[in-house]
Design a binder for this molecule. Sequence first.
Ligand code: 0O2
Length: 226
Amino acid sequence: MELDLAGINVRISDDINTWEEVNLLYNSALKQITTKIEILNEEFQEVHRYNPIEHTKARLKAPESIVKKLKRSGYESTIENMVRYVNDIAGIRIICSFTSDIYKIAEMISNQKDIRVLLVKDYIMNPKDSGYRSYHMIVSMPVYLSDRIVNVKVEIQIRTVAMDFWASLEHKIQYKFEGKAPVHINSELHECARMVADLDARMLSLNEEIQSLSDTKSKNMINYTV
Ligand code: 0O2
Protein backbone atom coordinates (compact mmCIF):
# COMPACT_ATOMS: atom_id res chain seq x y z
CA MET A 1 0.00 0.00 0.00
CA GLU A 2 1.28 3.48 -0.81
CA LEU A 3 0.39 6.38 1.44
CA ASP A 4 0.89 9.77 -0.08
CA LEU A 5 1.42 12.27 2.71
CA ALA A 6 1.94 15.04 0.21
CA GLY A 7 -1.31 14.43 -1.68
CA ILE A 8 -4.81 15.51 -0.89
CA ASN A 9 -6.61 12.18 -0.48
CA VAL A 10 -4.49 10.81 2.30
CA ARG A 11 -5.68 8.06 4.60
CA ILE A 12 -3.07 8.10 7.24
CA SER A 13 -4.81 7.86 10.56
CA ASP A 14 -5.07 4.04 10.31
CA ASP A 15 -1.34 3.70 9.68
CA ILE A 16 0.35 6.60 11.44
CA ASN A 17 -1.02 6.99 14.89
CA THR A 18 1.79 8.17 17.05
CA TRP A 19 4.42 10.86 17.25
CA GLU A 20 7.02 8.03 17.23
CA GLU A 21 5.83 6.96 13.77
CA VAL A 22 5.88 10.54 12.48
CA ASN A 23 9.35 10.92 13.97
CA LEU A 24 10.62 7.74 12.29
CA LEU A 25 9.27 8.68 8.86
CA TYR A 26 10.45 12.30 8.80
CA ASN A 27 13.80 11.36 10.29
CA SER A 28 14.25 8.76 7.54
CA ALA A 29 13.36 11.34 4.87
CA LEU A 30 15.91 13.74 6.38
CA LYS A 31 18.63 11.05 6.27
CA GLN A 32 17.83 10.37 2.61
CA ILE A 33 17.88 13.99 1.51
CA THR A 34 21.09 14.63 3.49
CA THR A 35 22.79 11.71 1.71
CA LYS A 36 21.52 12.88 -1.69
CA ILE A 37 22.94 16.36 -1.09
CA GLU A 38 26.30 14.91 0.06
CA ILE A 39 26.51 12.76 -3.08
CA LEU A 40 25.72 15.72 -5.33
CA ASN A 41 28.38 17.80 -3.62
CA GLU A 42 31.02 15.05 -3.87
CA GLU A 43 30.21 14.42 -7.53
CA PHE A 44 30.35 18.13 -8.29
CA GLN A 45 33.78 18.28 -6.65
CA GLU A 46 34.95 15.31 -8.73
CA VAL A 47 33.67 16.65 -12.07
CA HIS A 48 34.05 20.42 -11.70
CA ARG A 49 36.77 20.58 -9.00
CA TYR A 50 34.48 22.82 -6.99
CA ASN A 51 32.16 22.43 -3.97
CA PRO A 52 28.93 24.37 -4.41
CA ILE A 53 27.85 23.57 -0.84
CA GLU A 54 29.52 25.13 2.20
CA HIS A 55 27.51 23.15 4.72
CA THR A 56 24.06 21.74 5.46
CA LYS A 57 21.91 21.66 8.55
CA ALA A 58 19.02 19.23 8.95
CA ARG A 59 16.46 19.30 11.73
CA LEU A 60 13.12 17.88 12.80
CA LYS A 61 10.69 20.55 13.96
CA ALA A 62 10.07 20.39 17.71
CA PRO A 63 6.61 19.07 18.64
CA GLU A 64 5.75 22.34 20.43
CA SER A 65 6.60 24.36 17.29
CA ILE A 66 4.40 22.06 15.19
CA VAL A 67 1.50 22.48 17.61
CA LYS A 68 2.02 26.28 17.63
CA LYS A 69 2.01 26.37 13.82
CA LEU A 70 -1.21 24.30 13.64
CA LYS A 71 -2.87 26.54 16.23
CA ARG A 72 -1.83 29.66 14.28
CA SER A 73 -3.50 28.26 11.16
CA GLY A 74 -6.62 27.27 13.12
CA TYR A 75 -6.12 23.49 13.00
CA GLU A 76 -6.52 21.00 15.82
CA SER A 77 -3.33 19.31 17.01
CA THR A 78 -3.79 15.86 15.49
CA ILE A 79 -1.26 13.63 13.76
CA GLU A 80 -3.32 13.85 10.57
CA ASN A 81 -3.28 17.67 10.59
CA MET A 82 0.48 17.73 11.31
CA VAL A 83 1.22 15.56 8.32
CA ARG A 84 -1.24 17.32 6.07
CA TYR A 85 -0.69 20.97 6.91
CA VAL A 86 2.81 21.38 8.34
CA ASN A 87 5.25 21.37 5.44
CA ASP A 88 8.43 21.76 7.43
CA ILE A 89 8.35 18.94 10.01
CA ALA A 90 11.52 17.78 8.27
CA GLY A 91 13.76 20.60 7.09
CA ILE A 92 17.19 20.91 5.59
CA ARG A 93 19.10 24.14 5.03
CA ILE A 94 21.77 24.18 2.35
CA ILE A 95 24.33 26.97 2.58
CA CYS A 96 26.41 27.82 -0.48
CA SER A 97 28.88 30.49 -1.53
CA PHE A 98 27.20 32.12 -4.51
CA THR A 99 23.64 32.86 -5.61
CA SER A 100 24.25 30.95 -8.85
CA ASP A 101 24.99 27.81 -6.78
CA ILE A 102 21.51 28.02 -5.27
CA TYR A 103 19.81 27.59 -8.64
CA LYS A 104 22.25 24.83 -9.68
CA ILE A 105 21.51 22.88 -6.50
CA ALA A 106 17.76 23.42 -6.83
CA GLU A 107 17.88 22.09 -10.38
CA MET A 108 19.97 19.05 -9.42
CA ILE A 109 17.46 18.22 -6.67
CA SER A 110 14.46 18.69 -8.98
CA ASN A 111 16.02 16.38 -11.58
CA GLN A 112 16.09 13.40 -9.20
CA LYS A 113 13.44 10.88 -10.29
CA ASP A 114 12.20 9.95 -6.82
CA ILE A 115 11.82 13.55 -5.68
CA ARG A 116 8.60 15.38 -6.41
CA VAL A 117 8.72 19.16 -6.14
CA LEU A 118 5.43 20.29 -4.60
CA LEU A 119 6.11 23.98 -4.12
CA VAL A 120 8.85 26.53 -4.78
CA LYS A 121 9.10 29.92 -3.09
CA ASP A 122 11.84 32.08 -4.55
CA TYR A 123 12.49 34.76 -1.95
CA ILE A 124 15.64 35.76 -3.84
CA MET A 125 13.75 36.99 -6.89
CA ASN A 126 10.94 38.17 -4.59
CA PRO A 127 12.34 39.01 -1.13
CA LYS A 128 9.93 39.09 1.81
CA ASP A 129 8.84 42.46 3.26
CA SER A 130 11.30 41.85 6.12
CA GLY A 131 14.13 41.73 3.56
CA TYR A 132 14.46 37.93 3.94
CA ARG A 133 16.08 36.21 0.95
CA SER A 134 16.32 32.45 0.46
CA TYR A 135 15.12 29.77 -1.97
CA HIS A 136 12.54 27.36 -0.55
CA MET A 137 11.34 24.07 -1.97
CA ILE A 138 8.78 21.69 -0.52
CA VAL A 139 9.49 18.25 -1.94
CA SER A 140 8.14 14.79 -1.28
CA MET A 141 10.21 11.62 -1.33
CA PRO A 142 9.42 7.94 -0.79
CA VAL A 143 10.48 6.26 2.44
CA TYR A 144 10.57 2.47 2.11
CA LEU A 145 9.32 0.67 5.21
CA SER A 146 9.08 -3.11 5.71
CA ASP A 147 5.48 -3.31 4.51
CA ARG A 148 4.77 -0.06 2.67
CA ILE A 149 6.09 3.03 0.98
CA VAL A 150 5.29 6.42 2.45
CA ASN A 151 5.83 9.69 0.60
CA VAL A 152 7.14 12.23 3.07
CA LYS A 153 7.41 16.01 2.72
CA VAL A 154 10.69 17.85 3.34
CA GLU A 155 11.31 21.59 3.30
CA ILE A 156 14.58 22.57 1.63
CA GLN A 157 15.94 26.08 2.21
CA ILE A 158 18.87 27.06 0.00
CA ARG A 159 20.76 30.30 0.64
CA THR A 160 24.21 31.88 0.54
CA VAL A 161 26.44 32.32 3.60
CA ALA A 162 25.60 36.03 3.58
CA MET A 163 21.82 35.43 3.36
CA ASP A 164 22.15 32.91 6.20
CA PHE A 165 24.06 35.39 8.37
CA TRP A 166 21.30 37.96 7.88
CA ALA A 167 18.48 35.45 8.49
CA SER A 168 19.93 34.08 11.71
CA LEU A 169 20.54 37.54 13.16
CA GLU A 170 17.09 38.74 12.10
CA HIS A 171 15.53 35.62 13.63
CA LYS A 172 17.29 36.30 16.96
CA ILE A 173 16.16 39.95 16.94
CA GLN A 174 12.53 39.06 16.13
CA TYR A 175 12.61 36.41 18.87
CA LYS A 176 13.93 38.94 21.37
CA PHE A 177 11.19 41.44 20.50
CA GLU A 178 8.54 38.69 20.05
CA GLY A 179 8.06 39.78 16.43
CA LYS A 180 7.48 43.43 17.35
CA ALA A 181 10.91 45.01 16.87
CA PRO A 182 11.05 48.83 16.89
CA VAL A 183 10.61 50.48 13.48
CA HIS A 184 14.21 51.77 13.32
CA ILE A 185 15.56 48.23 13.93
CA ASN A 186 13.37 46.81 11.18
CA SER A 187 14.46 49.49 8.74
CA GLU A 188 18.13 48.92 9.68
CA LEU A 189 17.62 45.19 9.05
CA HIS A 190 16.05 46.03 5.69
CA GLU A 191 19.07 48.15 4.78
CA CYS A 192 21.40 45.30 5.86
CA ALA A 193 19.42 42.90 3.63
CA ARG A 194 20.00 45.27 0.71
CA MET A 195 23.74 45.34 1.51
CA VAL A 196 23.79 41.53 1.70
CA ALA A 197 22.16 41.31 -1.75
CA ASP A 198 24.75 43.75 -3.08
CA LEU A 199 27.59 41.80 -1.44
CA ASP A 200 26.32 38.53 -2.97
CA ALA A 201 26.18 40.13 -6.43
CA ARG A 202 29.72 41.54 -6.12
CA MET A 203 31.20 38.29 -4.81
CA LEU A 204 29.54 36.41 -7.66
CA SER A 205 30.96 38.74 -10.31
CA LEU A 206 34.40 38.59 -8.65
CA ASN A 207 34.25 34.80 -8.72
CA GLU A 208 33.20 34.78 -12.39
CA GLU A 209 36.15 37.03 -13.26
CA ILE A 210 38.59 34.77 -11.39
CA GLN A 211 37.02 31.73 -13.02
CA SER A 212 37.44 33.14 -16.53
CA LEU A 213 41.07 34.12 -15.77
CA SER A 214 41.92 30.59 -14.63
CA ASP A 215 40.11 29.12 -17.68
CA THR A 216 42.29 31.27 -19.98
CA LYS A 217 45.40 30.29 -18.04
CA SER A 218 44.69 26.56 -18.33
CA LYS A 219 43.89 26.90 -22.07
CA ASN A 220 47.27 28.61 -22.56
CA MET A 221 49.00 25.82 -20.66
CA ILE A 222 47.33 23.20 -22.88
CA ASN A 223 48.50 25.09 -26.00
CA TYR A 224 51.99 25.24 -24.60
CA THR A 225 52.15 21.52 -23.79
CA VAL A 226 50.67 20.56 -27.21
P1 0O2 B 1 11.53 27.93 11.94
O1 0O2 B 1 11.77 28.09 13.39
O2 0O2 B 1 12.69 28.37 11.09
O3 0O2 B 1 11.04 26.54 11.57
P2 0O2 B 1 4.81 27.41 5.79
O4 0O2 B 1 6.06 26.94 6.52
O5 0O2 B 1 4.91 27.26 4.29
O6 0O2 B 1 3.56 26.85 6.35
P3 0O2 B 1 5.33 30.19 5.48
O7 0O2 B 1 5.70 31.17 6.54
O8 0O2 B 1 4.45 30.68 4.37
O9 0O2 B 1 4.70 28.94 6.16
O10 0O2 B 1 6.61 29.57 4.84
P4 0O2 B 1 7.88 30.31 4.31
O11 0O2 B 1 7.59 31.73 3.97
O12 0O2 B 1 8.39 29.43 3.23
O13 0O2 B 1 8.83 30.33 5.59
C1 0O2 B 1 9.21 29.16 6.21
C2 0O2 B 1 10.52 29.35 6.95
O14 0O2 B 1 11.37 30.28 6.28
C3 0O2 B 1 10.39 29.89 8.35
O15 0O2 B 1 10.09 28.83 9.20
C4 0O2 B 1 11.78 30.46 8.58
O16 0O2 B 1 12.72 29.43 8.83
C5 0O2 B 1 12.11 31.04 7.23
N1 0O2 B 1 11.66 32.45 7.13
C6 0O2 B 1 10.59 32.92 6.45
N2 0O2 B 1 10.50 34.24 6.54
C7 0O2 B 1 11.53 34.65 7.31
C8 0O2 B 1 11.98 35.95 7.75
O17 0O2 B 1 11.42 37.01 7.47
N3 0O2 B 1 13.12 35.95 8.54
C9 0O2 B 1 13.79 34.83 8.88
N4 0O2 B 1 14.87 34.94 9.65
N5 0O2 B 1 13.38 33.59 8.47
C10 0O2 B 1 12.27 33.51 7.70
P5 0O2 B 1 9.29 29.05 10.55
O18 0O2 B 1 8.34 27.93 10.72
O19 0O2 B 1 8.71 30.44 10.60
O20 0O2 B 1 10.35 28.97 11.67
